[in-house]
Design a protein around this ligand. Structure first.
Ligand SMILES: [Zn+2]
Length: 314
């Protein structure tokens, strides 16, 4: 864990931020300006059950908010599907056995503050829109490219929600109907063509005996001049670009920020993606949409959780 800063924190207003992922859970104390002053992490171990994970989170929260902070509220970011108003988790692929469990209930009674739960991509979108370096966020879309592809839309500082609060699934827009079958049951959705898993699947399809196991490894090989990995990276630029082009044509937002693990290698394929956007988006002023890498980096999860609370209750 990070050390608590030496400065006097007595009375400093903080938001307890909880970022739940399939692999790890981060818990932090985040100020109202988005600074993370303390953080802890543990493995999620979803199969040990929801109750056990909640106990671990509560213990970490008690630890991060100790030492004189004033707890304003708690924000929780979690992969969807989930209901952001009741806190009830749906059938989340990376959290088996947690369906129907309530993320909100235990925390409100234990800590006596309001709790905001948000889909993690929406939470990240809110944090990027509020705290990102570049400010042209009136119409803003955040896209995360990692194992899957997700995103959130923020209009005038407010999260865009669909009917009954539904979270728009940007990653499952169809890019090529003859493409691979996705678990969403569509063929050739954006996630099935341009996510980290899609990069690995494609390489394995081309070369079944490959030792490559992650998108990051493919990107490293591409940088070292491996021809198949370079084709995979070129393909990533093309399909990433097509999905972005759809967002630009449909929304023409002021900005799109790209985050997630795969974008750490964005220097290998972002230029190609932007070229595709310029080629395809002829019917809207596409040059008005700034497409950049997200600015919060590894802090996005906790900043998102805190901003989820901030934007709902502050
Ligand atoms: Zn899909």
């Amino acid at each position: 864990m990070d050390e608590t800063p030496d400065r006097n924190v007595c009375g400093l207003k903080i938001i307890g931020a909880v970022d739940i992922g399939g692999t790890k859970i981060s818990v932090g104390a985040v100020t109202e300006t988005g600074a993370i002053v303390k953080r802890l992490e543990c493995a999620t171990r979803p199969k040990e059950g929801f109750a056990a994970a909640m106990e671990r989170i509560k213990n970490m929260l008690r630890e991060v908010i100790g030492g004189g902070f004033k707890l304003e509220g708690i924000g929780i970011a979690c992969p969807g599907p989930l209901n952001p108003f009741t806190g009830i988790i749906g059938d989340v692929g990376t959290l088996p056995g947690w369906e129907g469990c309530n993320l909100m209930a235990g925390f409100e009674s234990e800590f006596g503050v309001q709790v905001a739960v948000e889909n993690d991509a929406d939470a990240a979108a809110l944090a990027e829109a509020r705290w990102r370096a570049a400010k042209c966020n009136e119409r803003f879309i955040y896209v995360t490219v990692s194992t899957g592809i997700g995103g959130g839309i923020v209009l005038s500082g407010e999260l865009y929600r669909g009917a009954t609060g539904a979270h728009p699934e940007l990653g499952h827009q169809i890019i090529d109907a003859s493409g691979p079958l996705c678990y969403c049951r569509a063929h050739g959705c954006w996630e099935s063509l341009a996510s980290g898993s899609a990069i690995v699947s494609w390489v394995k399809e081309q070369q079944p005996d490959t030792a490559v196991g992650t998108a990051e490894e493919v990107c490293i090989l591409a940088q070292q001049g491996d021809p198949l990995a370079q084709r995979a990276v070129a393909r990533e630029g093309y399909y990433l670009g097509l999905g972005l082009a759809n967002l630009v044509t449909v929304f023409t937002p002021d900005a799109i920020a790209l985050g997630g693990g795969v974008m750490k290698s964005g220097h290998l394929f972002l230029d190609r993606a932007l070229e595709v956007v310029r080629e395809v988006c002829t019917q809207v002023p596409a040059e008005k949409t700034q497409i950049t890498l997200a600015s919060l980096g590894p802090d996005t999860g906790l900043a998102g959780a805190a901003q989820a609370w901030n934007s709902r209750y502050h």
